[in-house]
Design a binder for this molecule. Structure first.
Ligand code: 5GP
Length: 125
């Protein structure tokens, strides 16, 4: 079920629990600003999620409310993860779903990092 990105942050969402270490993840990278882990249902040979360490529902919330150091740290973390996974030369895709039309299901901002094969059309259909 897509989420409403205008609702307040829910501290019991699944990625908040992963960030607190309450449920496990297959970790790829972590620093002061972000955590990256493999998606539980990968849609490409490489499918990693990168989440900021802060209570932000969506890209909308994060881009409007997050402090500049967290925004910079998060963006740098996404790039670092892609380089660590050797995705730069073959190429990769970064995607953030927002709300119903975007198909966002987890109400904690996350960026999908896809790679490992040609990824086809940007939007299905
Ligand atoms: P969204 O549709 O919100 O952009 O993407 C949510 C993503 O989170 C989906 O690709 C889904 O497979 C992934 N996901 C949902 N629950 C879990 C979980 O508990 N662990 C991990 N690693 N990924 C999850």
């Amino acid at each position: 079920m897509p989420i409403d990105p205008t609702l307040p942050y829910d501290p019991d969402n699944i990625f908040a629990k992963i960030l607190r270490g309450e449920i496990p993840c297959n970790k790829v990278y972590e620093d002061d600003h972000a955590l990256a882990f493999h998606d539980i249902a990968p849609q490409a040979p490489v499918h990693v999620l990168v989440v900021p360490k802060g209570d932000y529902v969506s890209w909308d919330d994060f881009s409007a409310q997050a402090p500049a150091d967290l925004i910079a740290g998060f963006v740098r973390a996404v790039g670092t993860v892609a380089r660590q996974l050797d995705l730069v030369e073959p190429g990769y895709r970064v995607l953030a779903n927002v709300g119903a039309h975007g198909g966002q299901e987890v109400p904690h901002l996350h960026v999908h990092l896809f790679g490992g094969a040609p990824l086809g059309r940007m939007i299905a259909g």
